[in-house]
Write a protein that binds this ligand. Structure first.
Ligand code: NOJ
Length: 761
């Protein structure tokens, strides 16, 4: 009887899929294309409703899983009982082969059907060996390196028992106050889409059942990066043009890259909590995009729909989330508590439950967990893999590529390798923790190479160090201990003393690792504490300063830009931080990074992003006239535009031409020359503007880039082909359209380039 019903549903699901072969089904039901469809269906046919709902339930790690369940710990006992009943489909934050094996054993050996767990973890920028924070990696514009970094992270975490990461975060970030800009790829949907796909490829590889790969999870669907005021978890409210053209493309790119899972988000978007949003999850993701994987909620986000004022209680929240297409409940306990009853009362259709379980089981099959639930549990592999030399090299390579040279007057950089007296000032130069960032939950504290350690590899210069001023933000990552030093300047005198006696001063200033990331928004995006005063005090005695910034978001530092001759954006670069910075400062790596986010001059300019719309009054009509779109007390220009980044050499762009290929595509060509004295890499960028469109288009949009390495004096002809994909856009119904008319192309080394040509489609 059950089987017959199930078959009926299957037929329905297949029919939905067939009727919508191009774009998935109207209700977003999974289809049966998977090579594991028969196995999954046969398993589903013997599962009880509660067991299917069990697959949709994800718990956080609970007790010291290798020991007995602690008596009296009600929550732990409940989770343990649920595991034994087959009511848990996944666990997160259980790591290490021994621990993963212990929980897997309960699921496999003690539950009725022995369905293995999928083990999730936030592998955000590495596991134990950390690469740069994702925003920093994105500054490399190097898709291969980014993919390789994810591959290293996958290998280490998979060796530690994990088979699913909650990454990549693909939220567009336009607001540097938002602490999570560190976790994304910045403000641009084109670059963001390519990076998102590269990360998925790196995590998942070509074969998910390879025990060195893990399933990826695209998050947070959708709009989370548009939190009002940059305050984490806040409401997002934007129109359809922004949704289709800015927010959704990186998500779609990961579906095209075959990402296995999605996570929805904490925010409300246009009045609907994303977790309960049918339009996003069923219509767009599972329907139009035909996504076949599963959607996990964010932590407790199903329950948070009550606080949002969308659900009356937990039961109602479970109903809304399940109907909207959230397949797995992360830690709100609401599916396991209410879904069975909701199905029996007809509030949730059982087809949705079966569909969710099918999606989850399919990914487990793809991971090879049914073949061997302990596939990721090999102590010898764990020992060999984690922290191995090859991984250290990979993250060092990534870290060097992530550094952006923001300013370099009079070629102060690279530093001479001998005969220099160098003063190093600032606590970060000696901080082994901050370069690890805030998403380093598997890495051991204090394991980053500091800048002082990195500089020690160049022994023919003398180094003197002074802390100058300390900025500390507690040791505990989850508790806000506001210990920012706002008044202690007792270290200034020593800093000035060492600076006075130096040929060059390196000041390593910025944010503590815990000042960005989840729940870590800042209203100020300057140097915390007394660091700005320290910078100015040192400048008074020796202006020959290289400012090395270490931070999780773009910082607005107009005084530094005006006065300090050399500025290096060194983010939070992970385990090999100090070595990477030292190699760049000494020119053993010629910097090639480009900013993936606009840096404001002042926080009052936020949101500031390069691909904005024009206004009706974009330029001053006459001297001193106020009636145009501007601020009276600050320029409209950013401090550093999107795409900005210098090299120790210089590049020239010339000979720009656009020619119709005769098949509806256009060839954009130009010559790039290295006009400096050393070899260097340039990210040549192409932007377009659709000059007049049925829905107004941004003043320019990135549509291509190429990384070119040139010897001094060498030239290369570079070309791009513009097809409908680059020229089109989504209209306000979400349909992709390409319109005839005038287009402008811009070529150059940043989004501020004015080197342009026009063509007509
Ligand atoms: C909440 C975060 O928003 C999400 O990105 C993360 O993956 C989960 N917690 C799990 O740790």
């Amino acid at each position: 009887m059950k089987k017959a019903a199930l078959l009926g549903i299957l037929v329905l699901a297949v029919c939905f899929a067939a009727c919508n072969s191009e774009s998935g089904s109207a209700t977003g039901a999974s289809n049966s294309d998977s090579p594991y469809a028969a196995q999954v269906d046969s398993l589903l046919s013997i599962m009880t409703l509660e067991e299917k709902i069990g697959q949709m339930n994800q718990y956080n790690g609970f007790w010291n899983v290798t020991g007995p369940v602690p008596a009296g710990d009600e929550a732990a006992n409940k989770k343990y009982e649920h595991l034994k009943k087959g009511w848990v489909g996944s666990m997160l934050n259980v790591r290490g082969v021994e621990n993963v094996r212990a929980v897997q054993k309960i699921a496999v050996e003690e539950s009725r059907l022995g369905i293995p767990l999928i083990i999730g973890f936030d592998v955000i920028h590495g596991y134990k060996t950390l690469s740069p924070i994702p925003l920093a990696e994105s500054a490399s514009w190097d898709l291969e390196a980014i993919s390789n970094s994810a591959k290293v992270a996958a290998a280490e975490s998979a060796a530690s028992g994990i088979n699913w990461t909650f990454a990549p975060m693909v939220d567009i970030g336009r607001d540097p106050r938002w602490g999570r800009v560190m976790e994304g790829a910045g403000e641009d949907p084109y670059l963001g889409s390519l990076i998102a796909a590269a990360r998925v490829k790196g995590f998942q590889g070509d074969d998910l059942s390879d025990p060195f790969t893990i399933a990826a999870c695209t998050k947070h669907f959708a709009g989370y990066g548009f939190a009002e005021g940059g305050k984490d978890y806040n409401t997002a409210d934007f129109g359809t043009s922004t949704l289709y053209n800015m927010v959704l493309p990186p998500f779609k790119a990961t579906v095209d890259a075959d990402v296995k899972t999605f996570m929805n988000s904490f925010n409300v978007l246009n009045g609907i909590p994303a977790t309960g949003d049918q339009f996003l999850q069923r219509e767009v993701l599972k329907g139009k995009w035909n996504f076949q994987g599963f959607v996990v909620s964010d932590w407790g986000s199903i329950g948070e729909m009550i606080a949002h004022g969308y659900a009356e209680d937990g039961k109602h929240a479970a109903e809304l989330a399940a109907n909207a297409g959230s397949d797995m409940d992360m830690e709100s306990y609401l599916y396991v508590e209410h879904l069975a009853e909701l199905v029996r009362n007809g509030r949730v259709d059982e087809t949705y439950i079966t569909d969710a379980a099918r999606r989850i089981l399919t990914v487990k099959y793809e991971l090879g967990l049914f073949e061997d639930p302990y596939r990721y549990c090999d102590e010898a592999r764990e020992q060999e893999t984690i922290g191995k030399a090859e991984h250290q090299e990979a993250v060092l390579d990534m870290a060097k590529k992530s550094i952006v040279l923001l300013k370099n007057d009079n070629n102060l950089l690279p530093l001479k390798k001998s005969g220099q007296r160098i003063a190093v000032i600032g606590q970060f130069a000696n901080d082994k923790n901050s370069p690890l960032g805030s998403w380093r939950i598997a890495a051991d504290d204090n394991t980053a190479v500091t800048l002082l350690e990195g500089l020690a590899a160049y022994p023919d210069n003398s180094i003197t160090y002074a802390e100058g001023a300390a900025v500390t933000v507690g040791e505990n990552s989850f508790v806000m201990e506001a210990a920012i030093n706002e008044d202690d300047k007792s270290g200034f005198a020593e800093a000035r003393r060492v600076a006075r006696a130096a040929d060059v001063v390196i000041m390593n200033l910025g944010e503590v690792g815990w000042q960005s990331g989840e729940g870590r928004s800042r209203v100020n995006i300057d140097l915390p504490g007394v660091q700005q005063e320290l910078l100015e005090a040192v400048y008074e005695v020796n202006p020959n300063i290289v400012l090395v910034l270490q931070n999780g978001r773009p910082l607005a530092l107009p005084w530094a830009d005006e006065n300090i001759p050399a500025i290096v954006e060194a983010w939070q670069l992970g385990t090999q931080s100090g070595n990477a910075i030292a190699q760049v400062l000494y020119g053993d790596y010629n910097p090639s990074g480009k900013m993936p986010m606009t840096t404001p001059r002042d926080k009052g300019q936020i949101p500031i992003y390069y691909n904005h719309k024009s206004t009706g009054r974009p330029v001053i009509p006459a001297p001193n006239l106020v009636f145009w779109s501007h601020y009276m007390d600050e320029s409209n220009a950013p401090l550093y535009p999107f795409g900005h980044g210098l090299s120790y050499t210089t590049f020239q762009y010339e000979g720009l031409a656009v020619n119709a290929n005769g098949d509806g595509t256009f060839k954009v060509s130009f010559t790039l020359t290295n006009t400096g004295a050393i070899k260097g890499k340039e990210v040549a960028q192409l932007y377009i503007q659709d000059v007049a469109a049925s829905v107004t288009r941004p003043v320019r949009e990135l549509k291509g880039f190429q990384m070119v390495e040139l010897a001094p004096g060498a030239s290369q002809e570079i070309s791009f082909t513009l097809t409908d994909t680059e020229l089109g856009f989504y209209d306000n119904d979400g349909e992709f359209v390409v319109e005839d008319g005038l287009y402008r192309v811009f070529i150059g080394g940043s989004s501020a380039t004015e080197y342009s040509a026009e063509f007509t489609r």
